[in-house]
Design a binder for this molecule. Structure first.
Ligand code: NAP
Length: 287
């Protein structure tokens, strides 16, 4: 291994949206990084960063990829039937390799009985990290603001059973800024759980109005019944757990699980988070 591969900080997910931003921020700050990736050739090429093969598994390759690491930034895996087992395996591999601190991207309202089905897996992952005895920092992300424009169907309608419930969505950029701040001085943040939200909670009617304003085309919200929601999603072939996750995204909003606005982004980074409107303005400037 070269000197950079001995860096005490490792990051998963750098081939994806969130991890790439975190890796770039840390590299820009002059921090040496090990980028753990299933396909190292897909990892971003950044000063001071070395890509190493690794999986969400407790195998020799993964334990080798973690050796000498103090702090691991663990991005939650892509949705799959065995994601929780993959998370457990990576945590076990980290503990066995001598990692001291895990920073995990969890989800708002993570709980064993959360309405949003995937938030239950995030809670179970958090518990596994806590039970491992390693130090931890949990970043409970609300829904991505970046994802809200994708909820609009081709006919300009957002459909789902979220009623008058609100969502305190947050940009990936703000989550990445928090993660990079935490990873620069992990000990200061050990034992903390941060609830990362945007500056406001919006109903889907609000979201439709803001998107309409920015797109200059009609956008509306249709409050489906739960049966309608399952039926409208069956046009995509998917396993039952995936339909449950899609529909419970909205029922969790209806139940108020995603409505609490916090100041944690500003408390950690010193800068307030972007709103949906500000995010859309910045995105259109960047086009
Ligand atoms: N808060 C929200 O609204 C929201 C929405 C969607 C997803 N999420 C969660 O947040 C995570 C990060 O978001 P993102 O936007 O950065 O997602 P993304 O662009 O899809 O990137 C996911 C990253 O995780 C890696 N990864 C996924 N499963 C893995 C596994 N089993 N083993 C090893 N690496 C794995 C991927 O590596 P490869 O390149 O090898 O695939 C990729 O680098 C997602 O994975 C998901 O769990 C949150």
């Amino acid at each position: 291994m070269t000197g950079t591969e001995q860096a005490p900080l490792a990051i998963t997910g750098s081939t994806g949206h969130l991890g790439a931003r975190v890796a770039r921020e840390l590299s820009d700050a002059g921090i040496a990084l090990r980028l753990l990736a299933r396909t190292p050739s897909k990892a971003p090429r950044l000063p001071g960063a070395v890509a190493v093969e690794s999986r969400y598994a407790n195998d020799d390759t993964t334990r080798r990829s973690l050796s000498g690491i103090d702090t691991l930034f663990m991005v939650s895996g892509s949705e799959s039937a065995d994601r929780l087992q993959q998370h457990y395996a990576l945590i076990d591999a980290a503990a066995a390799s001598g990692v001291r601190h895990i920073v995990y991207t969890s989800f708002a309202g993570a709980a064993p009985d959360a309405v949003f089905t995937l938030a239950r897996d995030h809670w179970a992952t958090e518990q596994h990290i806590i039970d491992s005895g390693m130090a931890y920092t949990l970043l409970r992300d609300n829904f991505y603001i970046d994802f809200l424009p994708d909820l609009v169907g081709e006919d300009g309608v957002i459909r789902g059973p979220s009623g008058d419930g609100a969502v305190a969505a947050v940009t990936r950029e703000d989550i990445a800024r928090v993660a990079a701040t935490v990873l620069r001085s992990p000990t200061e943040h050990a034992g903390h759980t941060y609830d990362l939200t945007g500056p406001e909670a919006l109903t889907m009617t609000d979201v439709a109005r803001i998107l309409q304003h920015h797109r200059s085309e009609e956008v509306s919200f249709h409050n489906e019944t739960i049966d309608e929601a399952y039926a409208s999603r069956r046009k995509w072939e998917a396993p039952q757990w995936q339909y449950d996750a899609w529909v419970s995204t909205y029922t969790a909003i209806a139940a108020g699980e995603l409505a609490t606005v916090t100041r944690d982004v500003e408390v950690v980074t010193g800068r307030p988070p972007l709103s949906l409107s500000a995010y859309l303005s910045l995105s259109s400037e960047g086009q």
